[in-house]
Ligand binder design. Structure first.
Ligand code: IMP
Length: 427
């Protein structure tokens, strides 16, 4: 299967980093296509433990071409720091390329993300404050600065002058904060151009070439489907298309070329930031999951909200993405529980809902309807075959498969590469 997309199926943090790392071993190309430094993919490998925000997780394999697509918004300083950290650990970064069409996160985007969040008060979205939302706003408003602009100083100066006029008016008149200075921002951009220039490329020919040669291309999703700008729990969403369709527009790849779409699901569910989450556990069970799984944001360090697996949301996610396979992560976290719940429907007032509502207001009112299964209460993190799993764990997995509506192809039972049970060949 030459083109595989790996998509977060919940509210992000499903453990995609490890899955991409596993698949990247046999890939020719690994590409990020959406989001920005709001993503944090944790990869544990012989080089050490890394939290990658922008660089595709394929970077650890020296023969893999790593691409940052046009759909990504790039913080040049975060990217440069990441490149330097990788190099310091002996990782070769010479096969990393960034689309010249990718937009930059500028200093005013960072400021605006913070100021906008503060002005929302109790209704704050809980953004990662990495400037991602405001950068996408400018992309759509046709006010963005793109990677290629860093390489054309004259045009850069001209565009910055025009954009800063507008941004400074907002900063000073709406938020009452000091303006940014054109020459300072311009000089910063020139420096970024010097350090990152070697990585900026027209990457669409590289993608087309790989497709023609039938090379193995891995699309590395960021965030999760329930945070998608169109299909997520709006307005508590991120600002990009984190679903499978985003993989095509965010890279310049035809939908007809994608052979497999794998949805990554945690064996329970988490969410970081604001917004409704019907199965959230605000009790000691939630604490127990958070503690066992160390559920703290890779980008912001915020504690993640934890809850039981939500099969209503999972099925919705499988349908809008067209998952051909599901990957279940962190099953080992549930090892100690005497019983495990799965949400199979919602109750709203006296009505029963068996679909995921579009309205965050309605979802807020949804009470989960649970099905309870016995736990296995024994460690599974050393097992390599499905039939070695305790019968209760097998039943849990089969029940999730039935409810999600597509075959489970891989189960992850620990952070290391080898802690995985493959049910079907992935490539
Ligand atoms: P933003 O993407 O920083 O604008 O944040 C918007 C929402 O998406 C917030 O609720 C964030 O917590 C959430 N979010 C963004 N990126 C991630 C991620 O990688 N994992 C989990 N949640 C995320």
């Amino acid at each position: 299967m030459p083109v595989i997309a790996v998509i977060g199926a919940q509210w992000g943090d499903e453990g995609k980093g490890k899955i991409i790392d596993l698949l990247a071993e046999k890939a020719d190309v690994v590409a990020r296509f959406s989001g920005g430094p709001n993503a944090g993919h944790t990869v544990v490998n012989p080089y050490g433990e890394f939290r990658l925000h922008l660089v595709p997780s394929g970077i650890f394999y020296p023969y893999v071409l790593c691409l940052i697509g046009n759909g990504v918004v790039v913080s040049p300083s975060v990217l440069w720091e990441e490149i330097e950290q990788l190099r310091a650990h002996g990782v070769d970064t010479s096969r990393l390329f960034i689309s010249q069409r990718a937009h930059l996160i500028m200093p005013y985007h960072l400021l605006l993300d913070k100021l906008e969040e503060e002005s929302r008060g109790k209704k704050a979205l809980g953004t990662t404050r990495s400037g991602v939302g405001p950068a996408y706003v400018d992309k759509v408003a046709r006010l963005g600065i793109r990677m290629e602009d860093l390489l054309d100083k004259e045009n850069l100066h001209h565009r910055l002058q025009m954009v800063l006029e507008q941004k400074n008016a907002i900063l000073t008149k709406v938020y009452g904060v000091p303006p940014l200075f054109l020459e300072e921002v311009y000089q910063q951009c020139c420096q970024h151009g010097e350090s990152l220039g070697q990585f900026i490329r027209q990457i669409d020919p590289l993608v087309q070439q790989a497709v023609e040669r039938k090379e193995k291309i891995l699309l590395e999703g960021a965030q999760g489907s329930l945070l998608d700008i169109d299909f997520g729990t709006y307005p508590y969403v991120t600002s990009s298309s984190s679903t499978a369709g985003g993989g095509c527009v965010g890279l310049g790849l035809s939908p007809t070329k994608v052979d497999h779409i794998f949805g990554v699901f945690k064996s329970y569910i988490t969410r970081v930031g604001g917004g409704p989450m019907p199965t959230e556990l605000r009790d000691e069970t939630g604490e127990l999951i958070r503690g066992r799984a160390h559920e703290y944001g890779a980008t912001t360090g915020r504690p993640r909200r934890c809850g039981w697996f939500d099969a209503v949301a999972a099925r919705f996610s499988a349908q809008i993405n067209g998952f051909s396979g599901a990957i279940l992560t962190r099953l080992d976290i549930l090892d100690t529980f005497a019983s495990i719940k799965i949400c199979t429907g919602y109750k709203v007032d006296s009505d029963k809902l068996n679909y995921f509502p579009s309205s965050a207001v309605v979802l807020e009112k949804c009470q989960p309807i649970y099905e309870e299964l016995p736990g296995w209460q024994s460690p599974i993190d050393h097992l390599h075959h499905f039939d070695q799993l305790p019968p209760q764990a097998q039943s849990y997995v089969k029940q999730l498969e039935e409810l999600i509506g597509c075959p489970i192809v891989l189960i992850s039972v620990g952070p290391r590469r080898e802690q995985a049970i493959e049910l079907r060949p992935l490539w």
